[in-house]
Design a protein around this ligand. Structure first.
Ligand SMILES: [Zn+2]
Ligand SMILES: [Zn+2]
Ligand SMILES: [Zn+2]
Length: 163
């Protein structure tokens, strides 16, 4: 039986045999080296590729640790955008494909989601990296960060089939 443990960074509940927080990438153990720099201590675990990185190779984006390669993903409430389109039927189709593969996709439809939070709309969909590439009027398909590599593989297959 493992004990419960709460992440000191985000408060997410983990078990005490976890090595890092699956929600924010906070490391629970010491003496982990960066995958790129064996001489440097890692500061966090990328929540998408689940590798440990030093502060040169990774950063926190909206309180979630991501490696350089994944830091440009849009993170919406702890989930990462893997697909977006103004075509709702298409987004629903991709969602059902991901569900069939056992993933946990979620649709963010900006138009159908009233803002309760106050402040600017923009904050809800703030891009992790370069905000200039954000398409505002798209319906976004997001998945838990750790499912991104699998989801992208499936989406690529769907796109290849439709060509
Ligand atoms: Zn955490
Ligand atoms: Zn990564
Ligand atoms: Zn590094």
């Amino acid at each position: 039986m493992s004990e419960k443990l709460f992440c000191t960074y985000c408060g997410n509940e983990s078990t005490d045999d976890s090595e890092f927080c699956g929600k924010c990438g906070n490391l629970f153990i010491n003496d982990v080296q960066c995958i790129n720099h064996s001489e440097r201590d890692a500061t966090g675990v990328c929540t998408i590729c689940l590798q440990a990185y030093c502060k040169k190779c990774g950063l926190r984006v909206n309180n979630i640790f991501l490696c350089d390669e994944h830091s440009s993903y849009e993170i919406v409430e702890g989930m990462a955008r893997v697909f977006g389109s103004p075509d709702e039927a298409l987004v629903n189709y991709i969602k059902s494909c991901l569900e069939n593969e056992g993933l946990h996709p979620f649709i963010y439809n900006r138009k159908a989601t009233p803002m309760h939070l106050g402040g600017s709309d923009h904050s809800l969909f703030r891009a992790a990296g370069d905000s200039q590439n954000v398409i505002i009027n798209e319906i976004k398909l997001v998945v838990p960060c750790s499912e991104v590599p699998e989801a992208e593989k499936i989406i690529k297959e769907i796109e290849n089939q439709s060509e």
